[in-house]
Design a protein around this ligand. Structure first.
Ligand SMILES: NC(=O)c1ccc[n+]([C@@H]2O[C@H](COP(=O)([O-])OP(=O)(O)OC[C@H]3O[C@@H](n4cnc5c(N)ncnc54)[C@H](O)[C@@H]3O)[C@@H](O)[C@H]2O)c1
Length: 293
């Protein structure tokens, strides 16, 4: 398949990442269907699109025509079969649970046309751990967007040993078509590229917090005003989700057996209280509760 043959995109999961990846594809002219198993998530995503597009037009960032076309291009459904049946490119952005992803990929393999690429946006699960749930190993890969996906330019494309050069190249080209900056990761390593670098910063930040060296606010200030980061590690973590940090820590420990990989005490504390960050109204910082629509 060539890039020009990609017309229909399916995104599985309408959460933090999925709804923005869907809208991104729709803005760039792809017919995009996004599925989720939770009706409220579908409604929330649809509301987001309705608010976002006029806002961008008002700010002069999108033309009225592009916004209108994007609104027509995107749809949300509870039925993954409906979303994936005509897809040329599928991006899975469902909850970070291996068994769930394996089940989704096994289903997608049966539903999506045989030529379709099946990509996972997983932050941690390499496609090698999913690929045997399908019968198209050369087309199953990691395509890792960053949060918020409409804004962040980087996409990590991870070429596992089963991935064909054609699929990797097509995915890189697809990213460029979406005006993203893709990087090709030639080996499957935990955390891929940028999260490996950030893991070191985040581990130090959490250690200093847990040891009472400084507050989350002051650690964030140091990173912003001393290192020029756009936001500090705690604010960033509220955006990406403390639940994801917890799951990734547990998964890291499961693999390495190294207690240093376990989520820090303060991460566990927030996790058990259901304080995942911006999406729950509280994490390292407090946020206005998202309005019910
Ligand atoms: N949050 C981030 O900053 C970030 C960044 C890059 C990648 N990721 C990855 O993206 C994926 C999604 O993360 P998120 O932060 O958007 O999570 P999220 O919890 O906000 O959204 C996940 C969505 O998946 C849905 N879902 C669960 N099972 C499903 C199924 N069978 N079919 C369809 N939808 C289903 C859930 O209802 C939920 O709406 C994860 O793999 C995560 O590792 C997250």
């Amino acid at each position: 398949m060539k890039l020009e043959d990609v017309k229909n995109v399916c995104v599985v999961g309408a959460g933090n990442m999925g709804h923005q990846i869907s809208l991104l594809c729709a803005i760039y002219g792809y017919k995009t269907k996004c599925s989720d198993v939770v009706p409220e998530m579908l409604k929330k995503a649809d509301n987001f699109v309705n608010n976002y597009l006029p806002g961008r037009v008002e700010k002069g960032k999108l033309t009225k025509e592009v916004a209108e076309a994007a609104r027509k291009n995107i749809s949300f459904t509870a039925d993954m079969k409906e979303a994936a049946k005509d897809a040329d490119f599928v991006i899975e952005a469902a909850t970070e649970v291996l068994d769930l992803k394996r089940k989704i990929f096994a289903d997608l393999d049966k539903i999506a046309p045989p030529h379709a690429i099946l990509a996972t946006n997983s932050s941690f699960i390499v496609s090698s751990r999913i690929v045997d749930a399908t019968k198209r190993p050369d087309k199953v890969l990691n395509m890792h967007f960053f949060n918020p996906a409409l804004v962040m330019k980087l996409v990590e494309v991870v070429r596992g040993p089963h991935v064909s050069e054609e699929s990797a190249n097509l995915t890189m080209d697809f990213c460029k078509k979406l005006e993203k900056v893709p990087v090709l990761i030639k080996k499957e390593v935990d955390g891929f590229l940028l999260n490996r670098i950030f893991r070191v910063i985040s581990r130090e930040a959490l250690w200093m917090l847990d040891m009472g060296v400084a507050s989350a606010e002051d650690i964030d200030k140091a990173c912003v005003y001393g290192a020029g980061h756009p936001m500090g590690p705690f604010r960033l973590n509220d955006l990406t989700g403390i639940d994801l940090t917890y799951i990734m820590g547990m998964e890291g420990f499961r693999k390495s057996g190294n207690p240093a990989d376990l989520p820090s005490p303060s991460v566990v504390e927030h996790y058990v209280k259901g304080e995942y960050g911006e999406k729950t109204g509280k994490g390292w910082y407090e946020y206005k509760k998202p309005e019910k629509k």
